[in-house]
Design a protein around this ligand. Structure first.
Ligand code: CTP
Ligand code: CA
Length: 227
């Protein structure tokens, strides 16, 4: 029913969304992860599907159910997410990277459970590949790339830095220290940047509404790229 009253302004387009955290194993029973419920990414996938897109959602572990009409691919680690995203990137017009990807993974994940030993413990980490930066390097002329940034300080400077460094078209930033923004909340407070600076600053909204507003901007930016 909702489809009948929803603008089909993403019809015919392939949209890829990433969501949730990644998990980087330390041993068979432990992992390093990020605080992320996946709600923002799932809301974006749902909204894009309602607006007529063919949506693929590449998701880290969350407690959420897959939105209707969305192809979902479950992953655990940043490296698995990298592989699943990159192999689909070329045929996708709009890529939205809402996932909280772990920046590092344990250098040496143990095959057996690590036993408790001594008072202190050191673990060596190695950096994961940056999926968004790789997408920015490969970006085609008819492709739109949307990144996210969850910040605790210097939001504008950090957001613009990431946007430029990773060659993304839109960057959605939120200050996770604000009540009602990010992590487990059902709401978010975001500021959206493009290559020219800040486009808009949204009030606290339900994540489904935030998704809708982001897609309004995406549609406006993507139309001239359609060729
Ligand atoms: N991202 C990614 N691959 C990574 C790390 C981050 O694709 N290995 C993406 C996230 O999905 C997000 C954007 O990059 O869309 C920004 O993530 P963020 O953690 O805010 O930025 P970083 O570049 O990792 O910088 P830092 O964590 O040092 O602030
Ligand atoms: Ca990071």
């Amino acid at each position: 029913m909702q489809k009948l009253v929803t603008p089909q302004d993403l019809a015919g387009l392939d949209v890829l969304v990433t969501a949730g955290p990644t998990r980087e194993p330390l041993d068979p029973v432990r992992y390093l992860s990020n605080r992320s419920s996946g709600k923002m990414g799932y809301a974006l996938a749902k909204a894009a599907a309602l607006r007529g897109a063919r949506v693929t959602l590449i998701s880290g572990p969350t407690a959420l159910v897959s939105p209707p009409g969305v192809e979902i691919i479950q992953v655990q680690t940043a490296e698995q997410m990298f592989q699943e995203v990159i192999k689909r990137a070329e045929k996708t017009q709009i890529i939205i990277k809402a996932a909280a990807v772990a920046d590092y993974r344990p250098l040496d994940a143990k095959e057996q459970k690590i036993k408790k030993q001594g008072q202190e413990m050191n673990i060596e980490f190695t950096q994961n590949r940056d999926i968004l930066a790789e997408l920015g390097r490969q970006k085609g002329a008819h492709q739109l790339l949307v990144g996210f940034a969850a910040e605790t300080n210097d939001l504008v400077q950090n957001a613009i830095g990431k946007l430029k460094r990773k060659n993304v078209d839109l960057l959605v930033a939120n200050d996770v220290t604000q009540p009602g923004a990010g992590f487990d909340y059902d709401t978010n407070i975001v500021r959206i940047f493009d290559q020219n600076g800040e486009l808009t600053s949204l009030p606290r909204l339900d994540k489904q509404q935030v998704a809708w507003e982001i897609l309004n901007i995406v549609v406006k930016m993507f139309n001239p790229l359609r060729g």
